[in-house]
Design a protein around this ligand. Structure first.
Ligand code: ATP
Ligand code: BTN
Length: 257
């Protein structure tokens, strides 16, 4: 078993050589009503239908990259799900800082960048009612060593750990999965007890677009403003004509203007 030496944590871990999408697999099980332990992790060596936000494709070739999904059962309903990409971004920062000394930057709501290039992405999906328990799937795609030929399939600047000089991409995935899970669980606990009270300040320190002019796009309309970081609910604060407004929801994209 590829991850058999994973002894660092007690998480229930499943490894698939090939799968459509680790997020889809957990969502299917939730919808079927399978019994799932909170903290279950699924990783795959390759995804045939890796997904980003709004039905976009996440390139997921066989090889060294990480395709990872974590199941989290939250008692407190949908509201809390909103800020979760923020929490996961910080957990990825913690992991890469600790293992490799890499300091990533975060782009609202779900992108992990190094030198303005995308190294990783987060996709949070859920099944729940406005009140009561909420079943969450936290998906993380992290590039370790992308095959050369994939450049042309990704329509924005991207990078991977091997390009960042991390041991030519020869990385102990057991350690990576264990560290990531550990950091994630610490931050999820913090989120459960105090929300983004402190984490939104930490996030703003890592913010790739802080105080920069950005274009916001909804698909229908584009407008510009200065990005002032996130608030304690995880909304992005934009200054326009001297007024600051927070925006929420997964349907907005930000670009440097
Ligand atoms: P936003 O999240 O602001 O809407 P986005 O363009 O990053 O913007 P996402 O849905 O978060 O959109 O991510 C999907 C996009 O990520 C794809 O459209 C592609 O441009 C890029 N992408 C796909 N696969 C990879 C990968 N393995 N590594 C880096 N980037 C990728
Ligand atoms: C994004 O930037 O849009 C998010 C990309 C998330 C990709 C990961 S890979 C593991 C999990 N399975 C998926 O299909 N997507 C997420």
């Amino acid at each position: 078993n590829y991850y058999s030496s994973l002894t660092h944590c007690e998480t229930k871990l499943e490894v698939h050589p090939v799968i459509d999408s680790t997020n889809s697999e957990l969502m299917r099980r939730i919808q079927k009503g399978d019994s799932l332990e909170s903290g279950t992790v699924i990783v795959a060596q390759m995804q045939t239908a890796g997904r980003g936000r709004r039905g976009r494709t996440w390139q997921s070739p066989f090889g060294a990259n990480l395709y990872y999904s974590y199941y989290w059962l939250l008692d407190d309903g949908l509201q809390a799900a909103m800020g979760l990409s923020i929490v996961v971004g910080i957990a990825i920062y913690d992991t890469l800082e600790k293992l490799f000394g890499i300091k990533v930057q975060l782009k609202w709501p779900n992108d992990i960048l190094v030198n303005d290039k995308k190294l990783a992405g987060v996709l949070v999906e859920l099944d729940g009612q406005p009140q009561g328990p909420c079943k969450l799937v936290i998906g993380i795609g992290l590039n370790i060593k992308m095959p050369e030929s994939y450049s042309e399939h990704i329509d924005q600047p991207w990078t991977d750990l091997s390009l960042l000089n991390q041991n030519n991409g020869v990385i102990d995935k057991n350690k990576l999965v264990a560290q990531l899970t550990h950091c994630l669980e610490i931050r999820l606990d913090e989120y459960r007890t105090e929300g983004l009270l402190n984490m939104h300040k930490e996030w703003n320190q890592l913010h790739a677009f802080q105080d920069q002019l950005v274009t916001l796009a909804t698909g229908k309309r584009n407008w510009q403003g200065v990005c002032e970081g996130i608030d304690a609910q995880g909304g992005i604060k934009i200054r326009q004509d001297g007024e600051v407004k927070s925006y929420f929801g997964g349907e907005i994209s930000l670009r440097k203007a």
